[in-house]
Design a binder for this molecule. Structure first.
Ligand code: BGC
Length: 450
């Protein structure tokens, strides 16, 4: 029975594919430390610094759009390899940069790589994983994102004392990228992509390596049945079968960003300083705490997603996120009272913890699950592109929002958006736990049938 759930082969393949998450998390986190050096060395003003930080997100949005047709044409695996090569080029461009334009080009390359790999990897794992462990396996990518962020926070701390330390910080990313590019040469394409390419025999071979004979054969028959028929046309996007799935996938990715996670991930030390942790070192330490909670709670998500299902986690996670954001707002409102800043820290951590069991992993897991095989790459690309665009908008405007409205209103707004998300997904999202991708039915939006 083990063969239908976990095999060492399936786990190895997942871990190497999920290096994409590690690279994204690392490049996200490392910039916070690197800008402290870059500011001095290249005499950058605030605007230029913001460009160096944010341009990666726009690169990712473009990379995601490219990745859609590319994964549908060349396959999921080749795009993971291509993105790993881009990560390597980006790491060297940044590590060797001599002027601002080199930094910007390097960040764009890393962004393109991120956008491409964060489409190809969840698709790859979701399409190859046996249904009962799909939540666990796809979420390894999210786990690696959180580990990447934490490693970056730690490397920021280590390299801060070394001359030209930023060059090592950027350059180090080439090691995991190289490991991924080489290892992926030895892994197969996904059975679903192979069927789309009319390579049924090869697909069966891959299924047999990761399932029992009998399950492999019946799964192949289902995939073949599901992908038969005329090619999908743009007009099909409006059909009752595809439209609700696409809307839910988009909503998952947009709500992931507009509920405020990256206001915290990118600006944690700044926020903590503003609310009363006067020393920079304490503020940085507090943000390492955020990184640790993020990793630990993602392990919890990995454990729970295939056991309790996606929907209960969405409900609990979003309710907790809303509550924590309002609680942060209230504790900041009473900032003058002694100890209130500790409460803001605790509730910020609680927010990250609730995010990590719900809106962190579930958009990356559920979007490829619910989108139809024939259009999975392209539609996933549009959904993920909106993720990067909204990530960009929130990270580029957060400090101004705080300046204009103050912390209390800004955090309450995030809390309110979590409530909206809770209502939407509670009503509209399907449960995908244990189901074969081909058996997942999306109810018409806002109808009760599942
Ligand atoms: C999101 C990122 C976020 C990270 C935090 C990911 O799922 O896409 O924007 O920074 O989670 O763990």
């Amino acid at each position: 029975m083990l063969r239908n759930h976990f095999t060492p082969y399936m786990i190895t393949l997942t871990l190497f594919a999920a290096i994409s998450g590690l690279l994204f998390g690392y490049d996200t986190g490392v910039i916070a430390g690197a800008i402290l050096f870059l500011k001095k060395q290249f005499a950058l003003n605030t605007f230029q610094l913001q460009i160096v930080v944010a341009i990666m997100l726009l690169g990712a949005a473009v990379g995601a759009l490219f990745a859609g047709p590319l994964t549908d044409h060349f396959g999921r695996r080749k795009i993971i390899i291509g993105a790993a090569l881009l990560f390597i080029i980006g790491a060297f461009t940044l590590a060797l940069a001599q002027k601002l334009s080199h930094l910007i080009i390097g960040r764009i390359i890393v962004g393109l790589a991120t956008g491409m790999s964060l489409i190809a990897t969840p698709l790859y794992i979701a399409e190859i994983a046996p249904p009962k462990t799909r939540g666990f396996l796809v979420t390894c990518n999210q786990l690696f994102i959180t580990i990447g962020i934490l490693v970056a926070y730690i490397s920021n701390y280590v390299f801060i004392h070394i001359q030209q330390g930023w060059r090592y910080m950027f350059g180090l990313a080439f090691i995991p990228a190289l490991v991924q590019a080489i290892s992926m040469l030895f892994f197969p394409e996904t059975p679903r992509f192979l069927v789309l390419q009319h390579k049924g025999n090869k697909a069966l071979k891959v299924l047999k390596r990761t399932r029992t004979e009998k399950t492999a054969q019946s799964e192949l028959t289902k995939i073949q049945k599901d992908t038969k028929g005329r090619p999908v046309k743009v007009a099909d996007l409006l059909s009752d079968k595809i439209k609700p799935a696409f809307i839910i996938a988009m909503a998952l990715h947009i709500f992931q960003q507009i509920t405020g996670i990256n206001a915290i991930i990118y600006y944690a030390p700044t926020i903590f300083q503003m609310v009363g942790f006067s020393q920079a070192a304490t503020a940085v330490l507090a943000s390492v705490g955020i990184g640790v909670i993020n990793v630990i709670m993602t392990f919890v998500a990995i454990y729970l997603l295939d056991r309790v299902g996606r929907k209960p986690l969405l409900d609990i996670g979003l309710a907790g996120m809303a509550f924590s954001m309002f609680a942060v707002a209230v504790s900041i409102y009473f900032q003058k009272i002694q100890g209130a800043h500790i409460l803001s820290l605790i509730f910020t951590m609680a927010f990250v913890g609730f995010f990590a069991i719900s809106m962190g992993p579930i958009p990356w897991l559920m979007a490829p699950e619910i989108l139809p095989t024939k259009l999975r790459g392209k539609l996933m690309a549009v959904a993920a592109c909106s993720n990067w665009v909204f990530n960009f908008i929130i990270s580029a405007t957060f400090l101004s929002l705080v300046e204009f409205f103050g912390f209390v209103i800004t955090f309450s707004l995030f809390g309110f958006l979590s409530i909206l998300a809770l209502l939407f997904f509670h009503t509209a999202a399907p449960e995908t736990k244990d189901k074969l991708l081909e058996d997942i039915k999306i109810p018409k939006l806002f109808s009760k049938e599942q």
